[in-house]
Ligand binder design. Sequence first.
Ligand SMILES: *Cc1c(COP(=O)(O)O)cnc(C)c1O
Length: 226
Amino acid sequence: MNQMIQENIQKIKATLPSNVLLLAVSKTKPNEDILQAYACGCRDFGENKVQEMTAKYEQLPKDIRWHLIGHLQTNKVKYIAPFVSLIHSVDSLNLLQIINKEAQKCNRVIPCLLQFHIATEETKFGLSLDEAEEILKSQEFLQLKNVEIRGVMGMASCTDDEIQVRNEFKQLKSIFDVLHTKYFPTQSFKEISMGMSGDYPIAVEEGSTIVRVGSSIFGERKYTSD
Ligand SMILES: *Cc1c(COP(=O)(O)O)cnc(C)c1O
């Protein structure tokens, strides 16, 4: 019984406004840890690997909402299409088309976020605003009926410079505002997935609606893959 997980969740939740979702990032962590968080009321869990998420989905309670937060290869979409709750990491039209196709086979509409590149590091995935607008204006996009774009996602630079991190979150918020006004003037376009263990308080101040917190809940990961 890992008492720390429950204490960590309670501490973090106490600092979050009620409209901000705490997404517990459980990648690399065992089912026992996830069940601890579940016992504390968490129902939203984030994973970055399709195989790991699928295995956990099969083994754990069915009212868990699984969020895919890592880079998604098109050939793996089919494994998560039946059950994934939200895909945070959509960064191409091709990927959206495959998600749409697999969602159609499952007779469902899959909620997605567009991932933006806001950090200075080159290694992080994500679109620019121009690239996103090109997708959203295209005929191909307008034909997709089995995906629903719910908002945006981004990762700030890995730096101690709080001003830089804050500016990157502001940038994502302004991208959200542009897309909301120009392409999705709907209630369901409302999510800004930003903030991790090291920077979620800043992200919340800048308008985050989903914080993706792993190590501050479950402890350091032994193997990081990103
Ligand atoms: C691992 C991961 C997180 C959580 O990171 P922590 O620093 O452990 O909170 C959040 N978002 C993404 C995309 C991740 O891959």
